[in-house]
Write a protein that binds this ligand. Structure first.
Ligand code: PLP
Length: 352
């Protein structure tokens, strides 16, 4: 069923069509086309980072990052309880074990609880900027330095937040701040790590012989058509972030003071507008009937069948998962759309 107000829709009002047409009419549709390198260079430059390695998704970006850092069987990686499961699965894909840390009230990893989870097997800390709210990266980097660990920043939801970790991984799925339909990109200042990720992304072809492969690698390449879309999106990223800042401000104003609604701390960049609500499930049904789509918060990792841990009911992450959800958040959302949405929420709680 299509909603009048979906939670997300891509904004493709820059030069996307022009660049895709160029890709198709030139015959460069595979990953070998020029837009891939252009997008990598542009996104890296935007972020003030030396190297970009584009790939097929945010999940494969995280997988490449961990592999490039040499993470494998027997290793542990610190992962937040409150995240999308791809963060934890990337750790499993490379044969390592995710070790979960609960969240703070801003939904980001509780940095003060990281040290108690570090063991002799820990190799990497993987913080996530949830819904576009930047983690306390200074504190994460300090801990990593103290224990000799590497840091992979899961920036899937935070285009526009400046990376500081060894590698930052972005998703370009269609619901993200910028998109290529499906896609991802890793950013790093380290040329060796960038080279490793590029090598692993593309079957680990070797220089000595076309078909000699010295390690297990992947086909995680991004096509030139996807890169064409991504390139046009990066060109408008500042505008997109500005529109979304306005969306955040308008939701804050429209929802402030509604009894039953608890606003969340502001975001550094707006991916999704998250909020907590009394009678959340009833409110969501009411909004759905009005054509307004919403989504639940992430379920804690310890509550997932693959990682089930009986501690889950005690987690802060679980408390938020019980009453949290997010509202339609897409770049082209207008003030009138938002007035309509917040008006319906007022109506539900019968506030004048
Ligand atoms: C925090 C986080 N990490 C990783 C991913 C995975 O990205 P993708 O869907 O592009 O594989 C997502 C989004 O889906 C995400 O929200």
């Amino acid at each position: 069923m299509g909603y009048e107000y979906p939670v997300s829709k891509p904004w493709l009002e820059g030069r996307e069509l022009e660049y895709v047409t160029e890709a198709v009419s030139s015959g460069w549709i595979s990953s070998q086309g020029p837009a891939v390198k252009q997008f990598e260079a542009e996104f890296a430059r935007y972020n003030g980072v030396a190297h970009g390695v584009a790939c097929s998704s945010g999940t494969t970006a995280l997988t490449l990052a961990l592999r490039a850092l040499g993470v494998g069987p027997g290793d542990e990686v610190i992962v937040p309880e409150f995240t999308m499961i791809a963060t934890a699965w990337a750790v499993e894909y490379v044969g390592a074990t995710p070790v979960f840390v609960d969240c703070r009230d801003d939904l980001n990893i509780d940095v003060s609880r990281i040290e108690e989870k570090i063991t002799s097997r820990t190799k990497v800390i993987m913080p996530v900027h949830i819904y576009g709210r930047r983690c306390d990266m200074d504190a994460v980097m300090d801990i990593a330095f103290q224990y000799g660990l590497r840091v992979v920043e899961d920036s899937a939801e935070a285009h526009g937040v400046r990376p500081v970790a060894d590698i930052a991984c972005f998703s370009l799925f269609a619901n993200k701040i910028i998109t290529s339909g499906e896609g991802g990109i890793c950013l790093t200042d380290d040329p060796w790590l960038a080279g490793q990720m590029a090598h692993l992304r593309a079957m680990a072809f070797s220089a000595e012989h076309n078909f000699l492969h010295k390690k297990l690698a992947y086909n995680f390449r991004m096509t030139n058509m996807q890169a064409a879309v991504a390139l046009a999106q990066v060109e408008r990223l500042d505008d997109i972030l500005a529109y979304r800042r306005d969306i955040e401000k308008r939701y804050d104003e429209g929802l402030r003071g509604i009894p039953g609604i608890t606003l969340m701390p502001t975001r550094d960049v707006l991916w999704m507008y998250d909020v907590r609500a009394e009678n959340r499930d009833e409110l969501r049904r009411f909004l759905a009937d009005e054509g307004i789509e919403t989504r639940l918060f992430f379920k804690p990792m310890s509550r997932q069948p693959g990682f089930l841990d009986p501690i889950w009911p005690t987690l802060n992450a679980n408390r938020f998962a019980e009453d949290g959800f997010y509202l339609p958040t897409y770049t082209q959302l207008t003030a009138a759309d938002q007035e309509h949405i917040t008006g319906k929420i007022r109506e539900f709680y019968a506030v004048g």
